[in-house]
Design a protein around this ligand. Sequence first.
Ligand code: SAM
Ligand code: SF4
Length: 387
Amino acid sequence: MTARALPSTGLLPAAAPAAGAAPAPGAVPGSSVLPASGLLRRVRAESSVPPRPLGDDELVDRFGRRAVDLRVSLTERCNLRCTYCMPAEGLPVIPTDALMTAAEIERLVRLGADHLGVRKVRFTGGEPLLRADLVDVIARCAALGVELSLTTNAIGLASRAADLRAAGLERVNVSLDTVDPDVFATVTRRPFLARVLDGIAAAADAGLGVKVNAVLLRGVNDHLAPELLAWCLERGHELRFIEQMPLDPGHAWDGTSMVTAAETRELLSAEYVLTPDTAPRDGAPAERFRVVSRATGQDLGTVGIIASVTESFCADCTRTRLTAEGHVRSCLFSDEEADLLGPMRAGASDAEVLDAWRLAMWAKPRDHGDDQDGMVHPARGMSAIGG
Ligand code: SAM
Ligand code: SF4
């Protein structure tokens, strides 16, 4: 059975917490943390699919999807305040002792790699460079046979890129919504563009692969999309535009400032001819295009466009997440999380942790709408989930 693609972009209220759900340390009201067995009971009640057999060696869900791509959040804190991600005043800070330590992250990544088919790990947040032990986290996980990358705003990367590369990091995905300093300060509420650009340059110098992620906001930075693409193409960094999703904790998203994938193609077509790349996507969220200059006819490289809202790719999703507090979050848009860190700290064996993780994955919703037609606005924002 495969998940169907979700055409609707209607907004549904966040799912109510399941009865009996225990509050998570630092959890935002509205999200629910269930022991994995609680998730399974809900799945059995809702689904005619037989219960998941235990002991399999992969992270599969009841719709036949396999998660091989793990996002691990290292902190929910951040030194920017991007308007689409965090409120101006920031978010309540989760106590440090409620966050996974480097050793706990290493244990979970090892279990994922050795027993659950995890092949790629991307560290994220919040801003992962705020973790003082980031090099240690990377070094521990580099020995585990998985591809390691980092999603970052690049502030502070200039002084750490070489150490991160030496520790085993392969790639960085840097958020950069514009190269105009004033517009950057408007989007991020901080005047730090120069530090981001220094970080990107240092990452490339250190031999790290560099991709750039950008969110376009109508009337703010959308008119600068061709300029940003030119900047990235000149430096050989692949740029990916991501549709703005309802993942701001203030719940201000109503779709009006979102620039759709179709509109992004239109904006870029003023200066470039975009031709769909025919290589298979293999579960990758970005649709890739070859970019040819209208002025010179020169093939300049590629660009990716991620239609996370208007053209759902849930049916092919290969991702799962761990929040910074060690909760499995198998879908960005589902408020349900399963706690792995609590049982680990209470002495759970590897086999028990693996079973809990597999059960949480089995409960992954079919799509954005948590099995309904529409798109939920989850209680936790992107910075707290781990984007
Ligand atoms: N701080 C790091 C950074 O900005 O790259 C890592 C965490 S951030 C939450 C990860 C990614 O999520 C960034 O590329 C950011 O642009 C994206 N993001 C955050 N909020 C979003 C939203 N509401 N819609 C779409 N993308 C969003
Ligand atoms: Fe921070 Fe990244 Fe969110 Fe911007 S997108 S506020 S840099 S976590």
